[in-house]
Design a protein around this ligand. Sequence first.
Ligand SMILES: [Zn+2]
Length: 319
Amino acid sequence: MLPIETTQTRVITQFKRVIAADQLSQSYIFAGPAGVGKMQVAQWLAMRLFCLNVQDGSPCGECAECQRILSHNHPDVVTISTEDKTIKVDAIRELKQEMSKSGMEGNQRVFIINDADKMTTGASNSLLKFYEEPVANTLVILLTSAKNRLLPTILSRAQMITFLPADASRIEASLVDEGIARNVARFASRMANEPAQALALAQDEAFNAQLTAVDQLLNKVAKRDLEAFIQVQSQLLPIAKNTTDQAQLLTLIALTYQLAMRHHYQLNEIESGAVNALSQQSGAQLADQTAAVLVAQQQLDQNVSFQSDLEQLILKLIG
Ligand SMILES: [Zn+2]
């Protein structure tokens, strides 16, 4: 699977559906902040149209056609990209001349204009003629991180696709799509900032064991059940033998409190388990407990024994 299929799952799934239904438009605007993968999705789309080896609606990324597109050497996939402040009318005129030729190797052609908001009014007006007399089998993709700077006439003629950053909640959603349980996805996506890493964590047995143990522990803490204190030795120490695991366990506790705090203030929707149980407390209590977790994290860094660190923490949390 190409990496972009994991980070922009929603957009890719949408395009798979559109292509399967043979409803691809002639022009799209990909709008969204820099670095979210607009160019990669444009390339994905081009590869999808030219790939010799499409499987389950995805291009292979490896065949000769895909490789030529990825290395910007495909004669029928033309990209305009500039470091200059503007894209001038000449560049668009050249593009339109290219468009008027039929495809070198088949009919399909793809034109990608990066930073389309850099087009001068003259350039934009020149491009508008394409929309007035579209060329068959031609796909035009405009990429922009400032869609408000595009002329309204262009905005009205191309279909807008909005890209959201691959933040934790997007990674969480992509993990759920991969069949990971929601609760595990929620924690894994916040522990790792990168989709592949988050997926590996979510599938890791040791991580899942820690997550379950932390959830049980904090459920008891929420009930002010002193058995939580006993669980430190019986359940947590055996699964956190080295400092990496110990730090990870404290991070999971910290994350549970963060999510509980957000849930308390109704910033995130339905929660279950310890997050839900803890969120029933007052905001002040949650703030104190979050601070206590932070102290425990700092003490672990200062080589305080994990057992006494965690026991002190539990006493403060139950307190
Ligand atoms: Zn291919």
